[in-house]
Design a protein around this ligand. Structure first.
Ligand code: HEC
Length: 195
């Protein structure tokens, strides 16, 4: 490429990357990192959940979920160099409540699910600037659809022993009444842009 063409194309790239409103698009590599973190977190949690239900029934698995979810989130965050968590419009643990941007994305996921979009592939992201450090941060969310096994603890007909175990640990539980295919919540990732 000769110089003027290179210059023009790099200006175009800069314009595309920065967007006309000053918004920044994340690189494919950073997006891939965020996606990998959600996949790893999801697979590990499901592994713990299925093993715990097998070993001690769903009521016994409630306590495992309580301890395993934050522990696995921390492990995956460290390994992937991100901060990952789960959130929902109807939370069991109030510590998982969404912030303003997460709430809007969750509402959008629910609307898209209602209009028939495939929830297993639903994702959303934005780039924001950390006010304190000035660092550009990628915020990425991936929808979590309700599967059959989830309804043992998040469904409409929850068994008495599970109800009791949930009531003991989560007096403000709002995460019941879900049906297979509903958006149960989402993984939510924050990471500094690397490029
Ligand atoms: C054995 C009971 C049990 C089963 C089965 C279960 N969960 Fe949960 N779930 C919990 C508990 C307990 C918490 C709260 C964990 C915590 O304290 O962070 C939770 C929290 C969550 C959260 C975080 C938001 C919130 O409500 O606090 C999501 C998202 C979630 N579960 C999704 C699922 C999905 C998807 C499945 C099926 C693959 C599932 N759960 C199956 C018990 C269960």
């Amino acid at each position: 490429m000769d110089l003027p063409v290179r210059l023009a194309s790099s200006l175009l790239c800069a314009a595309l990357l920065a967007g006309c409103d000053g918004s920044v698009e994340p690189s494919e590599a950073d997006l891939a990192n965020a996606r990998a973190a959600t996949q790893e977190f999801g697979a590990e949690l499901k592994g713990h959940l299925v093993a715990a239900i097998k070993a001690s029934g769903p009521q016994g698995a409630v306590g495992v979920c309580k301890i395993a979810a934050p522990a696995v989130a921390e492990d995956v965050s460290d390994r992937q160099g991100v901060s990952i968590a789960r959130t929902s419009l109807k939370v069991r643990n109030p510590g998982n409540a969404p912030d303003e941007w997460e709430r809007k994305v969750l509402e959008d996921f629910v609307a898209r699910n209602d209009s028939g979009e495939d929830a297993t592939r639903m994702e959303s992201w934005t780039v924001t600037k950390d006010k304190a450090t000035g660092v550009q941060v990628l915020r990425y969310m991936k929808a979590i659809p309700t599967q059959k096994v989830c309804t043992l603890c998040h469904g409409k007909a929850i068994s008495e022993p599970v109800r009791e175990a949930l009531a003991a640990d989560y007096p403000d539980d709002r995460a019941t009444g879900f049906e297979v295919g509903d958006i149960r919540g989402a993984f939510t990732v924050k990471m500094a842009l690397t490029q």
